[in-house]
Ligand binder design. Structure first.
Ligand SMILES: Nc1nc2c(ncn2[C@@H]2O[C@H](COP(=O)(O)OP(=O)(O)OP(=O)(O)O)[C@@H](O)[C@H]2O)c(=O)[nH]1
Ligand SMILES: [Mg+2]
Length: 427
């Protein structure tokens, strides 16, 4: 649809705080053991599908959004404070894509859904964590994990609040043209509108978006005519208007009458998706100024005894109380959502883990370079400042397996393997 609003933002979740090495040293506990606390978690970044937002305007100047880092652990087993997370409220209809791969990460369709788009880093453990019966005074500690970083492209595809349904020539485009600044083409022949057009109208200072779609005809639900593929846009609208022409020109040609005109559209909606009939549908009789209008209105009223019929002339901008009633219904809808959204709030999915592999290359006659996400991760995580950390690091990166892999690929004893700028000599 038209009006695509876009922005690109760099999202950086907070890093986890570092764990520390500390010892309990008190008069009555001279050898009190490890006392270093863990680092706090970095803040996450969430996006929230918020039905009260209607544009990306607020994000216009945000180039980067960063949540807080976790604090480092402290002595006396004190855990570092967790970093505060950030929630970005986005209007329904926003699609978040990876700005580099263009892959869709999240679609804000259902109000109240929350998605964690960047995960804050876990805090590193302090030495108290590593205490065991075999190692009562560990000099082991970790750095916090890095927070996730991703550049995203957010696109807002406006979802219309009100969708217009009707036969060709019912006057849908004329209506949208006269209540908004949109300029859809109008003409006295069928299928003037070929693609949906959105028009934004300001009713009692509220913004309501209308969708004008191509006219529907009999068997539209099975694919006849143009309107079928656009019915799916209507599925997302909160309110529908069924527009019926009162003009005798539109009803008496082609062996039809106003009742048949009305029922054709009702049937098509039902065939396409019966649930659409659960939406609020305003029955609107248009062209009240045209010839034969009075007579046709009478017929329609007799047919729809219990239904409120709004009578308008889109051409003459004579809308009666239709627009204010639409605005009321729209507010009701929002209030209903406000009261139900709270318990719907949920984190809906996590970003999938990427797979990892060891990459190795022969640099010269006797030197090999090795890296993988896992190896890089553990090199960042475990500071190479104590012997015990070294031993743990070698276990975590499975140094024996790396050695075997190189030997299987032609390395010999005495060769040097370089991992993260550290040189190991092969046995
Ligand atoms: N007399 C009268 N004519 C109208 C009114 N509204 C629309 N028309 C005329 O009806 C014809 C069709 O109007 P459109 O707005 O193009 O109808 P549409 O429903 O968008 O038609 P499609 O795009 O073909 O589905 C045009 O000639 C309009 O000027 C009205 O209130 N009164
Ligand atoms: Mg049209």
């Amino acid at each position: 649809m038209q009006f695509i609003d876009k922005c690109i933002i760099d999202l950086q979740a907070g890093n986890g705080g570092d764990g520390i090495v500390a010892w309990r040293r008190e008069a009555h506990y001279p050898e009190g053991g490890p006392w270093g606390g863990d680092g706090g978690r970095g803040g996450d970044i969430f996006v929230y599908a918020d039905h009260n937002e209607n544009s990306l305007f607020k994000l216009r100047y945000s180039k980067k959004i960063k949540s807080n880092n976790g604090e480092n652990g402290q002595s006396k087993l004190c855990h570092g404070a967790n970093g505060k997370g950030i929630t970005i409220n986005l209007p329904l209809g926003s699609v978040i894509k990876d700005a580099i791969t263009n892959e869709v990460i999240f679609d804000c369709i259902n109000p109240g859904e929350i998605f964690r788009i960047c995960k804050g880093g876990n805090g590193g453990h302090g030495n108290a964590f590593f205490k065991s019966s075999r190692n009562k005074a560990p000099k082991l500690f970790e750095r916090g994990d890095k927070g996730e970083n991703r550049k995203v492209l957010i696109e807002l595809k406006y979802i219309a609040d009100v969708g217009l349904l009707g036969l060709p020539n019912a006057g849908k485009s004329t209506f949208v043209k006269n209540i908004s600044s949109a300029q859809p083409k109008t003409a006295p022949y069928k299928f003037t509108t070929l693609v949906p057009v959105l028009g934004t109208s300001y009713i009692n200072e509220k913004t309501v978006v209308f969708a004008d779609i191509p006219g529907l005809i009999e068997n539209a639900a099975e694919g006849q005519g143009l309107g079928h593929e656009f019915l799916k846009h209507i599925e997302r609208c909160k309110i529908l208007i069924h527009l019926i022409s009162l003009s005798s020109l539109d009803n008496e040609l082609d062996d039809t009458d106003i009742i048949k005109s009305y029922e054709t559209i009702r049937n098509e909606i039902k065939k396409y998706n019966e649930k659409l009939l659960d939406k609020k549908i305003f029955v609107v009789a248009n062209k009240k100024d045209a010839e034969g209008a009075e007579e046709n209105l009478l017929k329609l009223r007799n047919h729809l005894k219990n239904e409120k019929i709004f009578v308008i002339s889109g051409l003459n901008k004579d809308f009666g109380d239709l627009l204010s009633e639409i605005e009321k219904e729209y507010e009701n809808y929002k209030n209903r959502l406000d009261s139900t959204v709270e318990d719907k709030v949920k984190i809906i999915k996590e970003i999938k883990e990427e797979k990892d592999e060891i990459i190795f290359a022969k640099i010269d006659d006797c030197r090999w370079s090795i890296s993988s996400k896992k190896i890089n991760y553990w090199f960042d995580k475990i500071p190479q400042t104590t012997d015990e950390n070294w031993i743990r690091l070698n276990q975590k990166i499975e140094i024996n397996k790396i050695e075997k892999l190189l030997k299987d690929n032609g390395a010999k004893a005495g060769d040097i393997m370089v991992i993260n700028d550290v040189e190991y000599v092969l046995d």
